[in-house]
Design a protein around this ligand. Structure first.
Ligand code: AMP
Length: 364
């Protein structure tokens, strides 16, 4: 059976790597062939919104999915019912717009930072007055890894923030004084079977995920997170992997954003869970039984940014698994990751410190 993946980045590559043992085959669609996914499988090159190319992909494949949440939705809708596309397009559409995301969180009773849609400098000034300083001005669309964001410390910052981002549809968010960040990943199959990965604690640097630790044993937070994701899975009649990132404030979770796809904070599941997020995404969209999402130890995943460190320096660390995405070096680009799996949380924490010393380039 052949799966079509729109977007051939590292997430697509890891989906393909998870699918080959199940006998699945893959065709990607992306702008260029020299992509992490295109190095492994067939690829159609061209624009994501080219109807002829999408039709060609649909004709070859039993099911379509995507590895990037910003693929244009309209051309996918035009494909109609010729081929199943999962996760559902209404989840994709919501995940593309920070305002729609926040409105959905509110509708489902999921706490989120106070916010206001902003379309002019006057609206920005008024909204900032209401939400208070500091606050964050963000583009509603296409923002990721901290891109398209401006922190407003006081009224004096309004004009510069508007100057920088004013041409886009914007959202102003209250600044959340959080203790730390976590993410919850869930899988739901087309048959309605649902399973949850352990909660992961995430550390960011320059707005980019630096490392994740899992399982993060905070049962009260984890049960809140699962409850919230459960509501979203039902709302969308979801199929595939769904991720939500949260801020932790004391014993409360505040939702930041959703991703209708496999997620960077779930890369540890490749070696650190009985079934990886990538394999479970494929099982879920194909209606196959889900695999066990529980952890098989204590994992730390570190993103490798810019360029890959030399392998021998990394591989000398016992229990370390290295993933090179086959990308050319570029400052702050995610070129790979590595995961340490240990028997105890304390061994994992000590190992992470060693790893941070060994791979300083990863710190960005
Ligand atoms: P995002 O692109 O929304 O995931 O933001 C990237 C990072 O910026 C988050 O992981 C947080 O560390 C920080 N951040 C985003 N929104 C807020 C907020 N409303 N309050 C405080 N920090 C935030």
């Amino acid at each position: 059976m052949r799966i079509g993946i729109i977007g051939a980045g590292q997430l697509g590559r890891m989906l393909a790597l998870a699918g080959y043992p199940l006998g699945l085959r893959f065709t990607f669609l992306d702008k260029t062939a020299d992509t992490p996914g295109g190095q492994l499988a067939e690829i159609i090159t061209g624009d994501f919104d080219d109807p002829a190319l999408l039709k060609q992909l649909a004709e070859q494949c039993a099911c379509l999915t995507f590895d990037w949440e910003n693929v244009p939705v309209e051309p996918l809708k035009q494909l109609g019912h010729d081929v199943p596309i999962m996760p559902p397009l209404n989840a994709l559409e919501t995940g593309q717009d920070r305002l729609a995301e926040k409105q959905l969180f509110a509708e489902l009773g999921i706490p989120t930072a106070d916010y206001a849609a902003v379309n002019s400098l006057a609206e920005l000034t008024e909204a900032a007055g209401k939400l208070g300083y500091p606050c964050l001005l963000k583009t509603r669309r296409m923002g990721y890894d901290g891109k398209g964001q401006h922190l407003l410390g006081s009224e004096r910052d309004l004009a510069a923030a508007w100057e920088a981002l004013g041409g886009n549809a914007l959202i102003l968010e209250q600044f959340v004084n959080f203790d730390y960040e976590v993410s919850q990943i869930a899988a739901r199959s087309t048959q309605g079977e649902t399973d949850y990965y352990p909660l992961a604690r995430n550390a960011h640097k320059n707005g980019i995920l630096h490392y994740s630790i899992a399982p993060w044993s905070e049962p009260q937070l984890e049960s809140q997170a699962r409850d919230f994701l459960g509501r979203m899975l039902e709302h969308f009649a979801y199929a595939g992997i769904l991720t939500v990132e949260f801020f932790v404030c004391g014993k409360r979770l505040i939702a930041n954003e959703m991703a209708p796809r496999v997620h960077n904070s779930g890369h540890w599941t490749i070696e650190g869970a009985h079934t990886s997020q990538f394999e479970n995404h494929l099982r879920a969209i194909l209606g196959l039984p889900l695999g066990d999402a529980s952890a098989r130890g204590h994992s730390a995943m570190l993103n490798l940014l810019g360029s890959m460190p030399v392998l021998p320096s990394l591989l000398q660390l016992p229990g370390l698994h290295v993933h090179d995405y086959g990308k050319s070096p570029r400052p702050l680009r995610k070129v790979g990751h590595c995961t340490l799996v240990c028997e105890t949380a304390s061994a994992r924490d000590a190992g992470l410190q060693d790893l941070l010393g060994l791979a300083p380039s990863a710190a960005g």
